[in-house]
Design a protein. Structure first.
Length: 226
């Protein structure tokens, strides 16, 4: 969708689309996420756009012991039922599946509290290259005026958070600010959001988005910082 008017977006580059969530342990990271969703957005924290649990087998190539992952996968199955098992990938040359597997459990918003409690209770998790378990949540939302709690006007695009709760909690943010330029009003609002965000917001990841002259695509450009 081509932008009707310019706006400012906070989004990480493709080289690092996830960043750390503040808080350390899962329960603290989740509290920080909840606070941001409840204070800064128009959505219900209990109604994520999507929710799933992923479990990973051990990667023997990196010396990971299989027993902890097997035990954890058995506990997930006992709690959430049988998941969808698939290879983590395929070898480039012979197209054969890799030894390491990924199991997916598609959940519903009604499972949210149960899933959070399951993740918290299972800590600490073994130090594997992947997983061995992660809870993936996504929220689509509009930003609100922090004083009036009314949606900011002019939000053509929906903002989004993709959240990974695991041994290392992380988030993929895409925040669309309906300001046509980085003026004083924008910086005042951004400073408030930055203080409340459950992750570190760096101004170098802000971009001004506008349509090209033919209005066929969007153009992203660095903004003038204060």
């Amino acid at each position: 969708m081509v932008a009707i008017q310019p706006y400012i977006i906070y989004k990480l580059p493709l080289t690092r689309i996830f960043q750390a969530i503040k808080g350390g342990k899962i329960e603290k990271a989740w509290d920080n996420i909840k606070y941001f969703i409840e204070v800064c957005t128009n959505v219900d924290i209990h109604q994520p756009t999507s929710i799933e649990i992923n479990g990973f087998s051990a990667d023997r190539r990196h010396g990971e012991l299989p027993e902890p992952a097997v035990s954890l996968l058995e506990r997930i199955v006992a709690h959430f039922g049988v998941g969808d098992i698939k290879p983590l990938g395929y070898h480039v040359y012979d197209k054969q599946p890799t030894e390491q597997n990924k199991t997916e459990w598609k959940l519903t918003p009604a499972d949210l509290s149960d899933a959070i409690e399951f993740m918290v209770a299972g800590q600490p998790y073994p130090k594997y290259n992947l997983g061995p378990i992660e809870l993936i949540l996504s929220y689509d939302f509009k930003l609100i005026n922090l004083d009036t709690r009314i949606e900011l006007t002019g939000q053509q695009y929906t903002s989004m958070l993709i959240i990974s709760l695991s041994r290392n909690n992380s988030v993929c943010p895409s925040l669309c600010f309906p300001f046509t330029e980085p003026n004083d009003d924008f910086w005042k609002y951004f400073d408030k959001i930055k203080e409340l965000a459950p992750f570190k917001m760096d101004t170098k990841d802000l971009r001004l988005v506008r349509s090209n002259k033919k209005r066929t695509t969007n153009v992203f450009s660095k903004i003038k910082l204060r």
